[in-house]
Design a protein. Sequence first.
Length: 402
Amino acid sequence: MTMPALDGLQGSARADLLDTLYEAPCNPDVWSQFLGKMVNATRSRSARMLVMDRQAQTVLSSIKHNIDDRAHQDYVAHYVNACPWRPELKHKAAGQLYSTYLDFSCPQKRFYRTEFYNDWARQQDIHHGVCGTVWQDDDYTIQLLIQRTGGQGHYNGDETGQINGIVAHMRRALRLQSQTHALEQQRQGLADALDIQPYPFALLTRQGKLVHISNDAHQRLLEHPLASLHNGYLTLRSRRLQGQLMAQLQQVTRPDPAQLGDGGLITLHGENGQPLRCLIAPLRPDHTPAPLWQASPQALAIIYLYDAQAEIEIDLQSLMTLFELSEAEARVAAGIARGFAPQELAREFGLSHHTIRTQLKAAFHKTGTNRQSELAKLVLTSPATRRWRRPPIELSATSKAG
C-alpha cells in the first residue's frame, strides 16, 4: 500500500520550513529549530546534524533534536563509526539522503544483531532512518540523519524523495553559511587589523550611527562625560557640541563628491582638564554605479580621537624585524620617535652621547633616513607603533650594552 504524502513537506508547512532553513545562515542557532521542524514534518522520532572532518571520521560539532544528551555523547564518541551503514555511506553520492531500509546492503534482521542497535539504538527505540552527506568542501563533511521508531515504519522511496527536495535547499543554505562565515572572518580580521592602528577611530553614518569603532575609541568615549554610546549611535551631551557633530557629519557625507567637505575638529574637555580632540574627516566611498536593486555605497565619516594622555607604545621586536635593527638601534629609533633628543636618551639609558650617536647613525642607514624628523615619521607610521593609555614597555638592561 502506498504511504500518504508527508503533509509537513507540502504547501504552507513546506514554506514555513524553508523560511526557517534560510534564516539559519545568518543565525546558526536556528539550525536546531529547523531540525525540530524537519522531524515533525517527516513523522520521525529524532534527527542529528554532524559537522565532521573531510574524511567523515571525526565529529567536530553537532546538533540534535529529541535525543538524550548522554546518548548523543555516546554516539558521537563511539557509535557513529559503529553504525552498520557508515562504511557504505562513504561511497554514496553526496547531496541526498538514503533510506537505511531500501538503499543499503545491511538487511533489517542483520541490523538487529549489530552492536550499534543492541548497545545504543534499541534504548532510543531507533529502528529506521534516512542519512547522507548534504555538504562537503575541502575541510568539512556535513551529514544529516533522521530516525524513526519501529512503530513509525521505514522511509519509503516517495518519502525519501520528498525529504531530498528539502536537502537541495539545505545545500544552498549551507553554501550561504559558508560564504557568510568567510565574510565574517574577513570582517573580523579587518577589524583586528584596524585596531592596531596608531589612533583610536570610529566610522559613522551621516546620522551618527556607528558602523565600526575600534576598541580604544570605544573605551575612550565610554569614559568621557560628554560622550554617549547608546543604541549604536554616538551623541554628545552638550547641545552645542552635538550640533557641531551633526553639522560636520552632514558636511563630510554629502552624496555628491564635488560638494564633500573636509571635516573639522571638535574638542571635548574632560573633568581632568585634558581635552579629547575629535578629528572628523570624510571616508570617500567607491561611487561605482550599483546593480539595479542594490543601494549605492553609503558615504561615511571617520573620527580620529587624539588624547594627550595617551602614551605611544612602540614594539621593539617589530621595529627590529621591519628595518633589521639591533635592539639598541631600535631603542634609540623609538626614543627619537617619542620626541627625545639624543642627549636625553644618553642620560635615560646611562650611555655616552657618542654611543647614542653611533646607534642613531646606524638606524639612519638601515631605515634610509637622514634626519631625526624623518626617522620619527617612519617609526610612527609603521606597524610597530600603537597608542595606549599605558606606559611604554620597559627594555631589558642587557640591551644597554649596544
